[in-house]
Design a binder for this molecule. Structure first.
Ligand SMILES: [Fe+2]
Length: 203
């Protein structure tokens, strides 16, 4: 079955002033749509491929566009409007996620500082992640290059550090984008993902 572009769970201007309406519109309707379209094309070509060589030739397109679709689908949901705009963006309430953050990093502020430092260290395009390690049962930071999905941890929060995610608003100042994005992080979604990861790891 063909992949489709998921709707955003909020209007395009709902994350302003942290992320502009122009960026959200282009990012969702153009960039994410292109990953979906190209993934469908690559999967259709794979289904028709009749030799190992033909299938191997499609691996890069499957990884890039499949990763792009997976990562952006996670990204939209891990953002939310701030309380002034009717959401819970940027609000970390007491609960299992707050406890896990404090256990691993000491405080939310320390997590944000470490996350931003690690994510700023990505050379070129990629993603910064807060993920849950099922073996150690702790939250950890990670980065992935290009559109590689996070595989060794369960994704809890992912931040797109491709230029298309910030350049129209923040130009070359990635650090300001990374500071602002914490105002619209959806910690309720992050806590839901953490709870799911913890329950899976207990199986
Ligand atoms: Fe993106």
């Amino acid at each position: 079955m063909a992949h489709t572009l998921p709707d955003l769970p909020y209007p395009y201007d709902a994350l302003e002033p942290s992320i502009s309406k122009e960026i959200m519109t282009l990012h969702h309707t153009k960039h994410h749509q292109t990953y979906v379209t190209s993934l469908n094309a690559a999967e259709a070509a794979y289904a028709k491929a009749s030799t190992p060589k033909e299938r191997i030739a499609l691996q890069a397109a499957l990884k890039f566009n499949g990763g792009g679709h997976i990562n952006h689908s996670l990204f939209w949901k891990n953002l939310a409007p701030q309380p002034a705009k009717g959401g819970q963006g940027g609000v970390l309430k007491p609960g299992p996620l707050k406890d896990a953050i404090e256990l691993a990093f000491g405080s939310l502020e320390k997590l944000q500082k470490e996350f931003n430092a690690v994510t700023l260290g990505i050379q070129g395009s990629g993603w910064g992640w807060l993920g849950y390690n099922i073996t150690s049962k702790r939250l950890e930071l990670a980065t992935t290059p290009n559109q590689d999905p996070l595989l060794h941890l369960v994704p809890v929060i992912g931040v797109d550090i491709w230029e298309h995610a910030f350049y129209l608003q923040y130009k070359n100042v990635k650090a300001d984008y990374l500071t602002a994005i914490w105002n619209v992080i959806n910690y309720e979604e992050a806590e839901r993902r953490l709870a799911e990861a913890v329950s899976t790891s207990k199986l």
